[in-house]
Design a protein around this ligand. Sequence first.
Ligand code: BES
Ligand code: ZN
Ligand code: ZN
Length: 490
Amino acid sequence: MLSLISPDLKKDAVELLTIPVCEDREIHTHRTVVALIRRAMKLPEFNGKKDETVMLYDPKGVAAERVMVQGIGKADKMNLETFRAAAGKAASKAMELNLASIWLAMPSAVKVDQDKTDLAAAILEGACLSNHLFDVYKKESAKKTLTDIGLATTAESAASMADLPEKVSVICRGTLLARDWVSTPSNDKTPDLLAGEMTRQAEAAGLKTAVMKDQELAEKNFGAIMAVARGSRNPPRLVTLIHEPKKAGRTVVLVGKGVTFDSGGINLKTSEGLKAMKSDMAGAAATAAALIAMARLKPKFRVVGVMPLVENMPSGDATRPGDVIRTYSGKTVEVGNTDAEGRLILADALAYAVAQYKPDLVIDMATLTGACLMALGEKIAGVFTGDDELASAIETAGEKTHERCWRMPLPDDYRELLKSDLADLNNMPKSRWGGAVSAALFLSEFVGAARWAHIDIAGPGYNRKKGPYCPVGGSGFGVRLLCETLEGMF
Ligand code: BES
Ligand code: ZN
Ligand code: ZN
């Protein structure tokens, strides 16, 4: 449980109190906290440098059993992520020590222009995101999660931010849900199983849900989804989740790529390429989890999530390279490469969502291209949109949440690369260069005139290296980004 507290540190006990300390500026004013920092600073091994920590046991004059003083480095390098990461490491440490509860000391003054609520939110987020285990596949779990996380601040601050812990908790629970879905192996998340999980959780949060099965998808001419799914024994599903407030004005549609395993199909991937392809549904996971979080945050506009779920496999019945398919929109596509399956299922999902819901805004999220991973690395998503305002709203949300985004171009003359001799489009671009851009341009052919952005999370959707508040596995990237982008949008 997350909470804001204002304890009497001299009398009130806790298993672990943590204090972030800056190397070259005093960022705490509470007398007891300042005294603890002085004590740590007297030790030769501690100077407040980034990643330095000291543990004080049974400190004099303080009721806490332990105090961890954490260095966070120089003041001019500090930002929200510094505090999020420090809180994440503190919670991990507490779990390592088998503790049940932790208090984090809230710094009083960090930067002149910094919002106190943003700072408190970042600290709570770091601790909450760290406080999670995905151990359902282990016979015995070595660790336990913490039962109580308290952000210690003044009584006035605690009162002025009373709603914050619940809000942070809802959004972080969404992120953790998306992480677990992505980390689940593909044998336990076939499209049918994943659709079941998504709708079960969504209904518990109060969303309306609908699942289209293969027969209905075929009848309704979702030709691209059916073509990608053909090679698998596990039939496709199209999940729709709807947040419908009483007097909804605008409508936002979120679309997420849900390839529960991407083998590449007949254009089979290499052994290296197959690694982590269980995570090719990270876009759908983030989208569904963001909707579940938003159902609890209750924005005043309608939000619709559309998640096409398929497994991309080779078989005697799989779609062949060179096949021509008719998509939901009526446009035909030559399947130049069966491994460019994400843009196919998104083509159907986007065209359907735009026709069905006439949205004021569409955002799709997808682990779409290796090229985006190549361009921006493992931690930054690519954003593609013709709308400057939307691009900057997403980038700003990315900075605040540290789910970083970088805008990429959508040059009209590159559309040339998607031409087919036989059909309206080819899913395989003519050039091997600029693959993230040509993929985004392909999607743009299916959104009509809708206000639209595409976010390629091929890099950050899966965490390949342990981070301060995220272990190896699904990252849940996109849930906080989408919630932050949409907050205050309409
Ligand atoms: N799922 C992959 C993209 C991907 C690669 C995501 C690595 C995460 C890590 C996608 O379906 C794919 O295979 N794209 C191809 C497209 C190409 C055949 C035009 C790619 O990026 O190579
Ligand atoms: Zn692929
Ligand atoms: Zn894929």
